[in-house]
Design a binder for this molecule. Structure first.
Ligand code: CTP
Ligand code: MG
Length: 410
């Protein structure tokens, strides 16, 4: 009796595992850290990728392939991720992408039972959409492989590296044909793709190329322009710009205040500028009340304690320290947290010295210490009309407000 072959269809009763290859070194992107572990608007590339698949109900689990000795980066990148029970223990990849895919597939083959379907995705493509994943899964109901593609709209050339000649690709293919770029995720019936990987002796650019060479029937579905593979540093810059344009920034505001008493000396330092005066300001560091207030305002916006927590006055390292260091540190905490400093407003209060002539230099030095533009800094100065301790000429006070912006974060 002949048995009809029934293709299982991707549904909740079948298991589909997303296999994310993230074992590369990201050499073309530069920057020391492999690109999949780099930050993109406050979140690592890999975390973004993993989230897309973990949040998709059609995906049963996510298997990541990481590079040899990338465990530390991996842990850091995914430490605070919700839904980690959907993440399988990472496996170590190989020196080529194909070897990394193979390592991932072999580890899935050891599962009991192995998955029905596998979606193989680049760990450097964080902008993959729900629609592309669904289209690939849909196509697997009737075909043994599926891949999102994009028509290449530009005329393409290639350079023969041996002769240095630049040639037209279009001439080597039929005039009426269209060139396509293949993206990921590339979807397969698990048993078929692992067999094809095990059998092949050749190296392919991606799994769909390997599958086509093995004679699979492939379905080409519509890919999206956004689904780029981050390859160069310029790709990162462009992706960051796009993300920032898309997301509404959430502002956070912090307030800072500081006072220093006059003491012996012949100058004061305010907002990084040295101002000759008949007294100095007393303090453990350089007693720059302006910079201290700004540092506290930034730490306040971050919910990150105060200047004394970060630079304890009893710590000898900060004796006579230039307060530039404090400001610089606060600015680096902001960028580590995925934010940007949008604006800082400072009010300095004293009877003397007269601060007016120094306001522009203070603006510039504050901007320099924070890595922002002078137009993002406001410096104001006032007196207390002879009232209170400031009026009596006993010291200088500073108030500051910092506004930070965070993209795509609560
Ligand atoms: N990849 C992998 N194992 C390798 C090489 C690449 O898992 N031995 C992964 C990368 O981490 C990436 C995807 O395959 O997610 C696509 O490769 P590519 O963009 O070339 O990444 P890298 O090899 O890391 O970058 P480069 O070629 O610039 O070094
Ligand atoms: Mg590579």
């Amino acid at each position: 009796m002949m048995m009809a072959m029934i293709m299982p269809s991707p549904s909740h009763s079948c298991s589909t595992i997303a296999l994310i290859v993230a074992a590369g070194q990201g050499e073309r992107a530069g920057g020391g850290m492999p690109k999949q572990y780099r930050m993109l608007c406050g979140e690592t590339v890999l975390r973004r990728v993993v989230r897309v698949f973990l949040e998709n109900p059609a995906i049963s689990a996510v298997q990541i392939v990481i590079g040899d000795s990338q465990e530390g980066h991996y842990e850091m990148a995914l430490a605070d991720l919700d839904g980690r029970d959907g993440l399988l223990t990472p496996v170590i990849g190989g020196t080529t992408r194909q070897m990394s895919v193979r390592a991932g597939l072999e580890s899935l083959a050891e599962r009991e039972p192995p998955p029905d379907y596998v979606l193989i995705h680049d760990g450097a493509r964080p902008f993959v959409s729900y629609e592309e994943i669904s289209a690939v899964l849909d196509a697997l109901k009737t075909k043994s492989a599926a891949v999102p593609v994009l028509p290449s709209t530009d005329a393409l050339k290639y350079r023969d590296e041996k002769t240095g000649q630049v040639l037209d690709i279009q001439r080597s293919i039929k005039k009426e044909s269209t060139l396509w770029r293949t993206l990921t995720p590339q979807g397969f019936h698990f048993a078929d793709i692992i067999e094809a990987h095990r059998k092949t002796q050749q190296e392919y650019d991606d799994d769909i190329a390997l599958a086509q060479a093995a004679g699979f029937e492939c379905q080409f579905v519509e890919g999206r322009n956004e689904n780029i593979k981050l390859t160069t540093h310029a790709d990162f810059e462009q992706a960051e710009q796009t993300l920032k344009r898309q997301s509404v920034p959430l502002p956070r505001t912090g307030f800072g205040y500081d006072v220093h008493r006059f003491g012996k000396g012949n100058h004061v330092i305010l907002c990084g500028v040295t101002i000759p005066f008949e007294n100095g300001l007393e303090g453990h560091s350089d007693a720059d009340a302006g910079f201290h207030a700004v540092t506290d305002a930034i730490l306040g916006a971050l919910g990150g304690g105060d200047i004394g927590d970060h630079f304890p006055p009893h710590d000898g390292r900060w004796k006579d320290a230039a307060s530039f260091v404090f400001l610089n540190h606060a600015a680096s905490l902001v960028s580590n947290d995925g934010g940007v400093i949008n604006h800082v407003d400072v009010t300095l209060i004293c009877e003397k010295p007269h601060l007016m002539p120094y306001k522009q230099s203070m603006k510039e030095s504050t901007a320099h210490a924070l890595g922002i533009k002078p137009r993002q800094v406001s410096i104001k100065a006032t007196t207390t009309e002879g009232l209170g301790f400031i009026g009596k000429g006993q010291g200088i006070a500073a108030y500051a407000i910092a506004t930070l912006l965070f993209y795509g974060k609560e």
